[in-house]
Write a protein that binds this ligand. Structure first.
Ligand SMILES: Cc1cc2nc3c(=O)[nH]c(=O)nc-3n(C[C@H](O)[C@H](O)[C@H](O)COP(=O)(O)OP(=O)(O)OC[C@H]3O[C@@H](n4cnc5c(N)ncnc54)[C@H](O)[C@@H]3O)c2cc1C
Length: 441
């Protein structure tokens, strides 16, 4: 039986990105995908990537006229609940068709030498001396088995491989529960008049384009826990925003993880990545390129480890260190702060913050480079807001303690242990902090 260097479970944006990268470096890579090839990448139509990400991640530059390209835009606005105050956030963004993009990535992975087997669903691991040595998967022709040095879970929310890990193997095998998901309803709408690209934090709703025509917008609404909650939020949006008549072109429903990733992303001969590892951005739930940040690290560490003939937990540990000390720390901070903010602030308070440019200003939303001076000024403005009855003492207290907790989490992740021995103590401290953060209501 052939022993692959890598078997990747899931042939979508994460799996194919890693497959192409590792195959280009000369490793033998097999990807299994439970869907038939013509269904791959059909979970949604449109997703967004910023222009700079194409270069950063060496993704082929997609241009107008290419089948993957849908539209481009630069302007985006955060809106106050009443729609009266807006903060511009500009980024050159490209809208891509997921199905066509996944097909392109599959083509590139194959050209680099990776094998992809469709209609092949992960079932279980095989082990040798207690460590993963391969996988079994079901196909229309029955159960098959392949051997590998490393198995990588890129199966999305299903987390098919990670969840099949034995307890205590080294990566948590939790199910991503409904309360850990941001459910999303997308209504593709054709308006009578042009509409601005807008995001309303209080309703977790937005207008985003689906073509270059300013009258064609996706009305997106998200909520954690259930599609029922999303529909209620969508009704709220329809009630307050001033959007005029629109013709409904189509609707889509989906979900994206909104929880902390597993504390360790690696175990002996195993890596968890993409949505299966909850690597989505905490401010919007997008996960295509945030997953690539981790996969770039994984590819480098794998290269070093495999060259030494190793793929044990210790040899892969640097994936944890490098990821958690950078993007992992930033995401932990933002997730903690936003969870506290969303759960506490009322619509009236949010309106007050927009009007007085507290938190909702270019410094916080545009460049993200928040200095201690900015933070102190914000606290002073909020305290001023208490006396003017713009924000309650309870909300200010929750925001200040949320910010403190967020910074502590960031520091804790930046001190991610260099080796697995110190990991259990690090986890117990992180666990206490995440308990204080709670879940988005
Ligand atoms: C409505 C919506 C809009 C979004 N918009 C954006 C956006 O604009 N930009 C952005 O960056 N992100 C966006 N996201 C998030 C983004 O879609 C995900 O973060 C990203 O697609 C995750 O990619 P992945 O490859 O890790 O997982 P997935 O895309 O979920 O792929 C997992 C693959 O594994 C396969 N699989 C599952 N189980 C098995 C099994 N047992 N055996 C074999 N294969 C299996 C699946 O069929 C699938 O092909 C959005 C999400 C939603 C829901």
């Amino acid at each position: 039986m052939k022993v692959y260097d890598l078997i990747i479970v899931g042939a979508a944006t994460s799996g194919l990105y890693l497959a192409r990268k590792m195959a280009k470096r000369g490793y033998t890579v097999k990807v299994i995908e439970k869907l038939p090839e013509e269904k791959a990448g059909t979970k949604m139509d449109i997703f967004h990537v910023t222009r700079t990400d194409f270069i950063k991640f060496d993704i082929p530059l997609v241009r107008e006229g290419d089948p993957e390209w849908a539209f481009e835009f630069t302007d985006n606005h955060f809106s106050s609940p009443s729609n009266k105050y807006h903060i511009n956030v500009d980024a050159e963004t490209v809208g891509l068709h997921m199905k066509e993009y996944v097909a392109l990535m599959a083509k590139l992975a194959r050209e680099a030498g990776a094998e992809i087997e469709y209609d092949a669903a992960f079932e279980e691991f095989t082990f040798s001396s207690g460590a993963i040595s391969g996988i079994r998967y079901s196909t229309p022709d029955g159960i098959k088995e392949d051997k590998c040095k490393v198995a990588v879970d890129c199966s999305g929310i299903a987390s098919a491989a990670r969840r099949a890990l034995p307890n205590g193997y080294g990566v948590e095998n939790f199910r991503i529960e409904d309360e850990d998901l941001l459910f999303v309803l997308l209504r593709y709408a054709r308006f009578d008049e042009e509409q601005m690209n807008t995001f309303w934090l209080n309703m977790k709703s937005w207008y985003a384009p689906f073509s270059m025509d300013g009258k064609e917008k996706i009305i997106g609404t998200g909520a954690s826990g259930s599609m029922e909650k999303v529909r209620r939020e969508a009704e709220k949006l329809d009630g307050v925003s001033s959007h005029g008549e629109f013709e409904l072109v189509k609707t889509e429903e989906g979900a994206t993880p909104y929880r902390r990733p597993p504390y360790s992303l690696v175990a002996d001969n195993f890596i968890a990545a993409g949505d299966a590892a909850c690597l989505t951005k905490p401010d919007c739930g997008e996960g295509v390129t945030s997953s690539m940040v981790m996969l770039d690290i994984a590819a480098d560490v794998l290269h070093t480890a495999l060259k030494q003939g190793r793929a044990d937990k210790e040899a892969l540990w640097d994936i944890n260190c490098r990821y958690n000390r950078a993007q992992g720390a930033e995401f932990a901070m933002v997730r903690a702060f936003l969870t506290k903010l969303i759960n506490t602030v009322t619509d009236d308070e949010l309106e007050y913050c927009f009007r007085n440019r507290i938190i909702f200003n270019e410094t916080f939303l545009n460049n993200g480079d928040v200095t201690p001076k900015d933070a102190i000024q914000t606290v002073v403005k909020m305290i001023g807001g208490i006396s003017r009855k713009g924000v309650s003492l309870k909300t200010v207290g929750a925001i200040v303690s949320g910010a403190r907790l967020a910074f502590e989490l960031r520091t804790h992740y930046m001190n991610f242990p260099k080796n697995p021995e110190a990991f259990p103590v690090w986890v117990s401290i992180a666990e206490r902090m995440w308990k204080k953060v709670g879940k988005v209501k």
